[in-house]
Design a protein around this ligand. Structure first.
Ligand code: ZN
Length: 311
């Protein structure tokens, strides 16, 4: 090929490139609004939460702030100097992370019997673990922290019964006392179950109506049932989990009279068993940080629905 022809070819190529480029430019100009800003999709690159890498052993360390939910989004907009209304302002929630990672090292301490009104029971138990060794006690602590962050973003005052900062326990009677002393509007004790493989799903444990010794749940049984129902609905919606297929009423609710944490409570309280750690499919969810963020969101919405419905 000689030069002339090549030049001609180049010109054609340049022209061919210019026409669509101009057209594209016009299209971009058309898509700008009056302020000259591109639309939201291109303007906002969603920040990644950095949830990432599963279960490092240091998982439980203070990372709460990063998991924070944005306060709803709805109330953003114009009043940028005005605090958006927070639905749980003035409410106190106590979260009880079931068991304690240190319980395994203190078998004699946690087997001590405590009075739960209706009986004497072990101070605390070790809890279960997934087949690959992820302990329930770590799961509950992590989930409690995520839930606390979400609840605080909605204005609630949140207390945990422990932060994994005590060598073992607290004992079940002490856990109940912490909710009572905080005069909590709602208490949720977080757990995951250790049932045989094939048993799947979550359930909420409600306090039966008991009156014996220090146990008197007659006044909390009814509101706790409402809390449990709201929690069940919101948890199911947020996680897509099904109610347990192995106990309860098939609707994810089970009533018990043998748990000190419930019997000694003077405020509305339920247990949430988030799934079965011994079932591989349930375990794959329970061990996912992404799933736990969803679960925390569901728990938060359930508590919120109970508390705001109360007003
Ligand atoms: Zn448990």
């Amino acid at each position: 090929m000689f030069n002339g022809s090549r030049l001609g070819g180049t010109l054609i190529v340049v022209l061919a490139a210019l026409v669509p480029a101009c057209f594209a430019g016009w299209l971009v100009w058309q898509s700008l609004d009056g302020s000259g800003e591109p639309d939201e999709k291109t303007a906002t690159a969603p920040a990644h939460t950095g949830e990432g890498k599963g279960e490092s052993e240091g998982d439980g360390e203070k990372r709460d702030g990063k998991h924070g939910e944005k306060p709803d989004g709805k109330s953003g907009g114009n009043g940028r100097h005005k605090e958006p209304a927070k639905p749980l302002t003035g409410m106190t929630v106590v979260l009880d992370p079931g068991h304690n990672p240190g319980n395994r090292e203190h078998p004699d301490k946690i087997s001590r019997r405590v009075d739960i009104g209706t009986a004497k029971k072990e101070c605390d138990t070790t809890g279960t673990a997934t087949n690959s060794g992820y302990p329930e006690a770590k799961f509950t602590l992590d989930l409690a922290r995520r839930t606390r962050t979400a609840l605080e973003a909605r204005g609630a005052r949140v207390r945990l019964t422990h932060e994994g900062d005590v060598p073992y326990g607290p004992c079940v009677d002490e856990r109940a006392r912490k909710g009572n002393e905080a005069k909590a509007d709602a208490v949720v004790s977080l757990h995951a179950d250790g049932a045989p493989s094939g048993s799947r799903g979550f359930h909420v444990i409600l306090p039966g109506s008991v009156r014996k010794g220090d146990a008197d749940t007659r006044h909390i049984a009814k509101p706790s049932r409402r809390l449990g129902g709201d929690l069940r609905d919101a948890f199911r919606e947020a996680t897509g989990e099904r109610p347990a297929n192995y106990l309860g009423d098939g609707e994810g609710l089970d009533t018990r009279e043998d748990l000190g944490g419930l019997n000694l409570s003077k405020v509305p309280k339920v247990f949430l068993e988030c799934g079965n750690m011994r079932d591989a499919r349930d375990a794959s969810r329970l061990t996912s940080t992404k799933w736990r963020t969803k679960a925390a969101d569901g728990i938060t919405r359930g508590i919120e629905s109970f508390l705001t419905g109360n007003r």
